[in-house]
Design a protein around this ligand. Structure first.
Ligand SMILES: [Zn+2]
Ligand SMILES: [Zn+2]
Length: 476
C-alpha cells in the first residue's frame, strides 16, 4: 500500500463522522453505521485498523474485547457464514457476540479535537476541605505534567470526605489541555448520581453517560462517565482515567474489568484510583511508597468518623430459632423507635433477614427488609429517604453508595465472613455523613470477635488520629 503523502494529486479526506464515532473505541462491524465503501477506503488509507475478535494464544482463545481467556468462557458454534466451527466469547456476550471470525475496528487516524473553552469552564463556587484541597492539588499537578509515561495514583479518602469535588480542578486542567477524561465506576446508580453534579460544574462541556441501556453511546465527549463494563467498547481512548471504588464488587473480583481499564487507557494515561477501603495490596504499596498515595482521613464537615462499638449478643441464630431476638438487639431497636432515629440493620444473608423479620415486626410492624433481588428494592430505599420507613433490615447491598442523613447502624452477626474489614468500614461510613447530623452510633453485634472487626475498628480510629494530628477536625 502506498502512503498518503505519495498521492498529493488526489488527497484523501477522511470522514469526520467516522472519526468522531470511532476514535478511542473498538467496535464490531455491525456496530458501525457506515457503508462498506467508507470502511474499505479508510482501511486502505490507514485510518482504520481491524483485528479478529478472538485471538489464539497457544492453545487458548482470548477475547480482544473483554480480555477473557478462561476456556469455560469461550464457546463454539457451527458458523453459518464460515461454514465451519467458530468460537465466541460468552463473557461479554450481552454486548453482542464477538467471534473468532468477527472483526473489531479501531480508528488509527489523527484524534479528533474539540474546542476548549475559556477559563469559565468550571463553574463551581464551593470550597474544599484541607484534605480535599491537598488531593485536588496533587491531581492537578499530575495531570499538568502528563504525557511522558503512564502514572498511577491512589486517593484513599474516608467515607464522607467528598470525593467528587476534589476531582473538579483536575478535570478542569485536563479539559483545558484538550485531554479526554473518563470516570469509571462499578455501579449504574453512581453514574446517574455523578452526571448532573458534573454537568452543573462544567455546564459547557459535553458529557457522555454510559451504562447498560443508556442513549449516549455514540456521542463523542471530552468527559465520559461510565460503568466499568462499558469500557469494553473503548481502546486507547483516555488521557485521564478515574476509577471510582476500585475495591468494590464487581471490580475487584473481575480481572476482565482491570483489562478493560488498561485497554481504554493510552500509554501515557494518568490513572487515579479512588477508594475508602483499599485492598491490602494497595495499603502495602502506600506504606512502602511504591505507589503514590494520598490519604484524606477527615470528612468534609470536619467531624471525626463514628467509631463502632462491639457488643456480644450470644448465639443470635439460636435465638431466632427459638423465635426471639437477642435482648441487646431488641433494646437497640426499641431505643431507635422511641427516639425516632432512622436505622439500618445489616445481616449476613437474605435467609437470615427473612427469618428475623417477623420478630422485628412484632416490635413494630413498620420495620421492613431489603435485599438485592427484592422487587421493591428501589421503592423501599426511596421510602427510607422520605422517612416512611424508619428501620430497615438489609444485606450488604446497602453497604455503600447510600446516604441517609440522620442514621444509626447495627450489624447483626458481625462475626460472619461476609463482613470483611472493608465491608465493616463501609457500613460504619453510612453514619454521620451530613453536616447537619454529623453524629450517630455504629454497633457490631457479634457472637465472637473477629480479626476483621478489630481491623475495621483500628482503621477508623487510625484515620481519626491522622485527621486530628493534621488539625483537620473541629475541636471535639
Ligand atoms: Zn469477551
Ligand atoms: Zn464464523
Amino acid at each position: 500500500m502506498q502512503s498518503k503523502k505519495s498521492q498529493p494529486q488526489n488527497p484523501f479526506s477522511p470522514s469526520k463522522e467516522l472519526q468522531l464515532f470511532l476514535a478511542g473505541r473498538s467496535l464490531l462491524r455491525e456496530e458501525l453505521p457506515f457503508s462498506p465503501t467508507i470502511i474499505e477506503t479508510h482501511l486502505q488509507q490507514g485510518y482504520l485498523q481491524k483485528q479478529s475478535g478472538l485471538e489464539k494464544i497457544q492453545s487458548n482463545w482470548q477475547c480482544r474485547r473483554c480480555g477473557t481467556q478462561k476456556p469455560h468462557r469461550i464457546g463454539s458454534y457451527p458458523c453459518a457464514v464460515c461454514k465451519k466451527t467458530c468460537y465466541y466469547c460468552r463473557h461479554c456476550l450481552m454486548m453482542r457476540r464477538v467471534a473468532s471470525c468477527s472483526e473489531l475496528f479501531q480508528w488509527t487516524g489523527p484524534p479528533p479535537t474539540y474546542t476548549t473553552f475559556s477559563k469559565k469552564m468550571l463553574q463551581w463556587e464551593g470550597t474544599l476541605s484541607p484534605g480535599q484541597q491537598q488531593a485536588s492539588d496533587s491531581i492537578v499537578n499530575r495531570i499538568a505534567k502528563a504525557g511522558k509515561k503512564a502514572e498511577k495514583m491512589l486517593v484513599w479518602a474516608v467515607c464522607g470526605s467528598g470525593k467528587t469535588e476534589l476531582l473538579f480542578a483536575g478535570i478542569h486542567t485536563a479539559l483545558q489541555l484538550g485531554m479526554r477524561i473518563c470516570i469509571a465506576t462499578p455501579r449504574t446508580d453512581v453514574v446517574l448520581e455523578l452526571v448532573p453534579r458534573l454537568q452543573a460544574a462544567f455546564p459547557n462541556t459535553v458529557i457522555a453517560a454510559l451504562y447498560g441501556g443508556s442513549t449516549d453511546r455514540d456521542k463523542f465527549a471530552p468527559l465520559t462517565i461510565a460503568t466499568t463494563h462499558q469500557l469494553f467498547r473503548f481502546a486507547n481512548a483516555f488521557d485521564v482515567m478515574i476509577v471510582d471504588e476500585v475495591d468494590a464488587f464487581p471490580f475487584s473480583f473481575d480481572e476482565s474489568l482491570a483489562f478493560a481499564v488498561k485497554k481504554a487507557s493510552k500509554e501515557t494515561t494518568v490513572t487515579i484510583y479512588l477508594t475508602a477501603t483499599p485492598t491490602s495490596v494497595w495499603k502495602r504499596a502506600c506504606r512502602k511508597g511504591t505507589a503514590s498515595c494520598i490519604t484524606i482521613p477527615a470528612r468534609f464537615h470536619k467531624h471525626p468518623l463514628p467509631v463502632p462499638t462491639l457488643q456480644w449478643c450470644g448465639n443470635w441464630r439460636k435465638s431466632l430459632e427459638k423465635q426471639r431476638l437477642p435482648l441487646n438487639v431488641k433494646n437497640w431497636v426499641l431505643y431507635r423507635l422511641k427516639t425516632k432515629k432512622q436505622a439500618l440493620l445489616f445481616f449476613p444473608s437474605v435467609a437470615s433477614i427473612k427469618q428475623a423479620l417477623p420478630y422485628f415486626q412484632a416490635i413494630d410492624p413498620h420495620i421492613h427488609l431489603v435485599y438485592a433481588e427484592d422487587p421493591l428494592r428501589k421503592e423501599k430505599v426511596q421510602k427510607m429517604r422520605t422517612k416512611e420507613i424508619m428501620i430497615l433490615l438489609t444485606t450488604t447491598i446497602l453497604e455503600r453508595g447510600v446516604t441517609f442523613p440522620n442514621l444509626d447502624v447495627a450489624v447483626i452477626g458481625a462475626e460472619n465472613a461476609i463482613f470483611t474489614e472493608a465491608a465493616l468500614v463501609q457500613i460504619a461510613g453510612r453514619v454521620g455523613r451530613s453536616a447537619q447530623y454529623p453524629f450517630g452510633t455504629v454497633t457490631f453485634f457479634h457472637h465472637g470477635r473477629t480479626k476483621a472487626m478489630l481491623a475495621a475498628l483500628s482503621q477508623i480510629e487510625g484515620m481519626n488520629r491522622q485527621a486530628r494530628r493534621r488539625g483537620w477536625l473541629m475541636n471535639d
